[in-house]
Design a protein around this ligand. Structure first.
Ligand code: TEU
Length: 560
């Protein structure tokens, strides 16, 4: 860590060590956030320029997570890394990175890096060395296996039946070694062999390098896949829609010795207090996510992001999360990321004829009040939508690899540039943006929304400010209210001395809620309402009936 970073940490710019539980994380896809040098591609100086939007005078988030910033041939949007220890010069210099960490810290914002440690790019020097022969320092760094004999045409047969998530086989033959290498994703993303002690040591050295530069947390890309069964057995098969789904993934992920690997990794982070990590659960259940969560190592589960926008789906998602994580483990909350449709598009579509703006506001309320650390995806605070990108403009090569029935869609649509202001380039760039901006960027941008108290941005800012001063919303227990029926989702968040009630109407018509049934609470204070057109009373008597409009959300606090 740089001296200024250390000094700031000592002067208590930062809160308590459990910021990862209390705080909010903001995900930046660096190419699309802000372009300082006018080449049309977002960069680190651009992020520095925008820190005030994120810091205490803006949204007030506690940390930023940067999607990969390392050199990459770009076969998978930066998730194919050719050097994990450096910054891609397209994003800036090494000094720019150190300045970003300092400038973020100065505002009390922590920095989380996205580490892709399951695979490298096929242009990574380790793989370039590894694929040419079976001897040499990197020969064993990747998951190589001998052919399982030959097929009828004399071609080498893959070692087992494993398939790639992006479609096609998970094995590619390398004639120079006479062996196959494994890839859960693209053939250009060869899988590292974590069972080789020297490989683990090299990965951990890289981790230490970033921590020494002041990084406060790490996101582990597709982490539960790091280890495979050492004997590489074929997976059992079953009925399913896609080749991936037609296998029971017993042997190519979630191995029993994986939690021990995470413990060794955590020991490095735990050398200093307050460092968090979050594992990206790849294709797994909420129970798997909870099982791999421990202390300040969080795990993304996909229950909320996969729930349709209706009360029963959201209630079930909340119930499933609470049951799986229990009191002892801390969940995350995610409604959008760089792989999925944006919240504002997906949820309104799933609800049918809904007011997408109202849905986005209510979804913001859910994200920031449900139990768990919220992860906001850049532009979510503006209600940014998925953008139609013509195939010839797509910047997501895997979108074109898959055969019919693949899981993947064109992720270009959720990775479009952030609109900051009206006018050409929308404040994102002075040049030609690397990917088209949304058609609504002229109105849906930070500058315009800041002047409108009803905007989605204003809604997020109000919610974030409330969350920052409301312990029950940060760390409280969650209980679904027994009267949470019909279109209403109702839950309480509670710490000793504070009880908060969150009410969400996920229907297209009004819903009624009677404030009764909780003895000993004479009245409620209104803390927040998504609908600011018809202000409610600041204090609402116990027993009163509230009417919530379509996709309206309110937050109340019991007056003791
Ligand atoms: O994604 C892994 C991945 O496939 C999922 O997150 C998936 O959406 C989820 O498991 C569905 O159940 C990560 C990165 O986020 C993605 O951008 C990369 O393409 C991929 O790894 C390969 O590095």
């Amino acid at each position: 860590m740089t001296e200024s970073g250390r000094a700031l940490e000592r002067t208590a710019t930062f809160g308590p060590d459990d910021w990862w539980r209390r705080g909010v994380v903001y995900q930046i896809y660096p190419r699309s956030f802000s372009d300082a040098d006018g080449d049309g591609i977002g960069d680190l100086p651009g992020i520095i320029d925008r820190l005030d939007h994120l810091g205490p005078t803006g949204l007030g988030v506690d940390a930023i997570w940067l999607s990969p910033i390392y050199p990459s041939p770009g076969k998978d949007g930066g998730y194919d890394v050719s050097d994990h220890t450096r910054v891609d010069p397209r994003f800036g210099s090494e000094a720019d990175f150190d300045r970003l960490v300092d400038e973020a810290h100065r505002r009390g914002i922590r920095v989380i890096l996205d580490l892709v440690m399951n695979h490298t790019s096929d242009e990574h020097p380790w793989f370039v060395a590894s694929r040419t022969g079976r001897t040499g320092r990197h020969a064993g760094d990747y998951l190589w296996a001998d052919p399982a004999g030959q097929d009828a045409d004399g071609r080498p047969r893959a070692p087992n039946n494993w398939v790639s998530w992006f479609g096609g086989p998970a094995w590619t033959y390398e004639p120079r070694r006479g062996q196959f290498y494994h890839h859960t994703f693209l053939a250009e993303q060869p899988e590292i062999d974590w069972r080789v002690p020297a490989v683990e040591a090299a990965q951990f050295e890289m981790v230490r390098g970033w921590l020494d530069r002041g990084v406060d947390g790490l996101r582990l890309d597709t982490f539960n896949v790091f280890l495979k069964h050492p004997d590489l057995p074929s997976n059992p098969t079953r009925a399913g829609r896609t080749p991936w789904d037609r296998q029971v993934h017993l042997y190519d992920r979630d191995q029993p010795d994986f939690p021990a690997l995470i413990e060794r990794f955590r020991a490095i982070l735990d050398a200093e207090p307050g460092r968090m990590s979050v594992g990206e659960l790849f294709d797994g259940t909420v129970e798997t996510a909870a099982g791999l969560t421990s202390g300040s190592h969080l795990v993304f589960d996909w229950t909320l992001i996969e729930a349709a926008w209706n009360a029963s789906a959201v209630r079930s998602a909340i119930e499933a999360r609470e049951e799986a994580f229990g009191e002892g483990r801390w969940p995350t909350a995610v409604l959008s990321n760089h792989d999925r449709r944006r919240q504002a598009s997906r949820l309104a579509d799933s609800a049918g004829a809904a007011d997408a703006e109202a849905v986005a506001r209510a979804a913001a309320t859910l994200l920031l009040t449900v139990r768990g650390t919220p992860f906001l995806y850049y532009g979510e605070e503006l209600g940014m939508r998925d953008v139609d990108i013509a195939p010839e403009e797509s910047v997501d090569p895997p979108a074109f690899r898959f055969t019919s029935g693949s899981h993947w869609w064109d992720r270009s649509r959720c990775r479009t540039p952030m609109p900051w202001s009206p006018g050409p380039g929308s404040g994102f760039t002075g040049g030609r943006p690397w990917l088209r901006l949304g058609p609504d960027a002229g109105e849906r941008n930070v500058e315009v929304q800041l002047t409108d108290p009803r905007s989605i941005l204003s809604t997020y800012r109000r919610l974030l400010a409330l969350r920052a001063t409301t312990p029950a919303l940060q760390i409280g227990s969650l209980r679904l209210h027994p009267d949470s029926v019909g279109d209403l989702v109702a839950y309480t968040r509670e710490v000793p001395g504070q009880r908060i009630l969150v009410l969400l109407n996920l229907g297209r018509v009004n819903s009624r809620w009677q404030l009764s049934g909780i003895p000993g609470e004479p009245a409620w204070r209104l803390l927040f309402d998504t609908d600011t057109t018809a202000p409610r009373d600041a204090v609402i008597a116990g027993g009163a009936t509230l009417i919530l409009g379509p996709d309206e959300a309110i937050i109340l606090e019991a007056i003791p």
